[in-house]
Design a protein around this ligand. Structure first.
Ligand SMILES: Nc1ncnc2c1ncn2[C@@H]1O[C@H](COP(=O)(O)OP(=O)(O)OP(=O)(O)O)[C@@H](O)[C@H]1O
Ligand SMILES: [Mg+2]
Length: 215
């Protein structure tokens, strides 16, 4: 089972959205057996299952390091191919052990960020903790991305330098459709937005390229 986590110290950067979009993409386009673990007390990902009981992956909630470890073990024995973990922005202060465990289990950690210097400074401590714990890959995933802005031109190289991390090639644009999808909890490909569908397809493919072929 490959583990991908969508995390970061900043609130509202899109961790839950990216987790859900990736879970859908692996389940629908790649026909994989996928579990999504919501490690956030707010339960954003978990509520997706309530909104749409037909979603083609399983969603579970974990509240601490021990629950995460036990659930991860159970899922890996249960034949899941991908486990996606939706992180909690507050746990760096409240529960650093949970962050460390998420990092330890992850084959790929995505630091979900807006291209903004303020947001990135807030990620520094979190990223250091992840780097110290993980044996997997770590990448910045730019969300709320807008071409032809200063944030695009300067923010990304500055962010890479500040966090000493590479970015995923795929960037997720600022799009109304990503807000809308919260109301239907459906597959992005079914909403008729070509750019978004292509973007999420590229995200899934890039994630697979990065983690496939590793242990
Ligand atoms: N690329 C995007 N374009 C437009 N809206 C987006 C995008 N990504 C996320 N959103 C919206 O931004 C809000 C915050 O997203 P989300 O809940 O995924 O963030 P989060 O990082 O999980 O937040 P939290 O830190 O509270 O857990 C949601 O309303 C979501 O629909
Ligand atoms: Mg969230």
């Amino acid at each position: 089972m490959k583990v991908i986590s969508c995390v970061g110290a900043k609130g509202g950067t899109g961790k839950s959205s990216i987790s859900l979009l990736t879970a859908w993409e692996f389940a629908k386009s790649h026909k994989s057996k996928v579990a999504l673990l919501d490690a956030d007390v707010q339960g954003t990902s978990f509520s997706a299952k309530t909104m749409n009981p037909e979603i083609p992956f399983d969603v579970f909630s974990v509240g601490n390091k021990t629950q995460l470890w036990e659930k991860g073990k159970q899922l890996s024995e249960g034949g899941y191919q991908y486990l996606i973990i939706d992180g909690n922005p507050r746990s760096i202060h409240e529960d650093p052990d949970l962050i460390k465990m998420i990092a330890k289990l992850s084959d790929l950690t995505l630091i979900v960020s807006r291209p903004s210097p303020r947001d990135l400074k807030a990620q520094l401590k979190y990223v250091e903790m992840v780097k110290a714990e993980t044996n997997g890959e770590v990448r910045i995933l730019w969300n709320f991305f807008q071409k032809n802005t200063g944030a695009h031109k300067d923010g990304i190289p500055e962010g890479e330098k500040l966090l000493n991390l590479k970015s995923l090639q795929t960037q997720i644009g600022l799009r109304i459709v990503y807000q809308d999808i919260g109301y239907s909890e459906s597959y992005i490909g079914s909403l008729g937005n070509k750019e978004a569908t292509t973007e999420i397809r590229a995200l899934g493919n890039e994630i697979k390229r990065l983690i496939d072929g590793k242990k």
